[in-house]
Design a protein around this ligand. Structure first.
Ligand SMILES: [Zn+2]
Length: 440
């Protein structure tokens, strides 16, 4: 599986030559320019891509003089003036000056417009839309925008000088929900098949790691829902990474619906049930990256010994390298290679319980005897060292020195949202529920 680290949508240059909707360039509805139908024009070929100075340009041009389409900033109407408008995508702000020059803009105008645009846009590479209006082959206006709609309008004023006006991003929020069934392979394949963005699958699967032993308590056919919020630009295109706001999982014995909420004063959001109780527990039920657990929902057999007799823990089958997390706040009591256990970590938790992690491929450098770890800290990665036939985490919980079935223990209730924040939480919860009822 792959995570996409880049929070921005990626643009495939091959897609640039497809005709795109032409953005409305000006913030206010401008007056259409006078149309001179009597003059002949060379229409720009839609979708004709040219390469220039390393920047790939795509023309999403419309026939000049088309009254149905609103052009950029309102030109100062002058009878007989010939207007040409072109919309192009360029790879970075640095390509503005050569692009304008290639359209026939005078060198000093191109340089001045590029200077103004770059001051507003910054030099960060990334797709820029240019909406260029020429009046009698002289630069009249240019709108340069990021994909979110934010950018700048540069216009020639009455004094003939080019001036810049900022354009704020025009983004709206949209909430979407998907529902699916687990396919018996992994959260990853199930969620992606249902339409969950791969950026969100990790967060989605890990939302349940306090409530479900994902290896043993979750089976093919169990139902899940994911709700996420995304920002969309004026063209209805999603901008930036979506954000998971709702996670639901239902098995024959347990159903959980979780809402993302950030408590006032907290740096990060966490998951709460509908009554405002945190999903966090003193121990995680699934101390590995849940999205990567593979080929084993409901798996009960031990790869070597069989589950019933000698086995005292839970095996989480996952690819080598999958992160393993401290199940709770603890002190490291052992970290190193130990016979059949392979690379092995033993944690002593503050209530006296212990958790054991076997067969690791690698133990994190900071995990040494005596060191403190916080719940959720990565302590190593899945491997197959020691007596093991394939990559998995063998996980045990010990209470009073005795191994217990991790599923049998009560791991405590999460903290509740303070009364003062409940109204804010309920508002978010109800908005999610209302949207979900509307769309599911
Ligand atoms: Zn095992």
């Amino acid at each position: 599986m792959q995570y996409r680290d880049d929070p921005e949508p990626s643009y495939d240059p091959r897609s640039w030559s497809r005709p795109r909707p032409v953005p409305v360039a000006a913030p206010a509805p401008p007056t259409p320019p006078p149309v001179d139908r009597g003059r002949s024009r060379v229409p720009l070929a839609a979708s004709a891509a040219i390469a220039l100075g390393g920047a790939i340009l795509a023309y999403a041009a419309r026939p000049a003089g088309d009254e149905a389409v609103t052009p950029g900033p309102a030109p100062t109407a002058t009878a007989g003036t010939s207007y040409d408008q072109r919309v192009l995508n360029i790879a970075a702000p640095g390509a503005i000056a050569p692009t304008l020059a290639s359209l026939g803009v005078a060198e000093d105008d191109a340089a001045r417009a590029a200077q103004l645009a770059q001051a507003a846009l910054g030099d960060t590479p990334g797709l820029i839309r240019l909406d260029v209006t020429l009046a009698d082959a002289t630069l009249h206006a240019v709108t340069a925008t990021h994909v979110d709609g934010g950018g700048v309008v540069i216009e020639r004023g009455g004094d003939n000088a080019l001036t810049a006006k900022p354009l704020s991003a025009k983004l709206t929020r949209r909430m979407r929900f998907v529902r699916g069934e687990l396919d018996g392979e992994s959260f990853y394949s199930s969620a992606v098949a249902a339409g969950v963005s791969d950026v969100l699958v990790g967060a989605f699967a890990n939302a349940f790691r306090y409530d479900f032993d994902i290896q043993r308590e979750v089976s093919a056919g169990d139902v899940f829902e994911a709700g996420f919020e995304e920002r969309v630009n004026a063209d209805g295109e999603a901008v930036g990474a979506p954000r998971l706001v709702y996670a639901f999982l239902s098995t024959p014995t347990k159903t959980r619906a979780l809402y993302q909420y950030r408590l006032p004063g907290d740096a990060e959001a966490e998951w709460f049930d509908s009554s405002g109780r945190s999903s966090r527990r003193s121990l995680m039920r699934t101390p590995v990256d849940a999205a990567r657990i593979s080929s084993g929902f409901g798996m009960r057999g031990h790869p070597i010994l069989g589950f019933r007799k000698m086995h005292r823990g839970t095996d989480f089958a996952a690819p080598t390298g999958t992160p393993i997390f401290a199940a709770g706040d603890a002190t490291v009591s052992f970290a190193g290679m130990k016979g059949a256990n392979g690379n092995f970590v033993r944690l002593r938790h503050d209530n006296g319980w212990e958790t054991l992690y076997l067969h690791m491929n690698r133990i994190a450098a900071a995990i040494v005897p005596g060191s403190r770890v916080a719940q959720g800290t990565q302590i190593g990665e899945v491997g197959t060292t020691g007596r093991s036939t394939g990559p998995h985490l063998h996980y045990e919980v010990h209470i009073d020195g005795q191994a217990v079935d991790p599923l049998s223990i009560e791991t405590g209730g999460g903290r509740a949202i303070p009364a003062a924040a409940m109204a804010a939480f309920r508002k978010i919860r109800d908005a999610i529920d209302a949207k979900r009822a509307e769309t599911m």
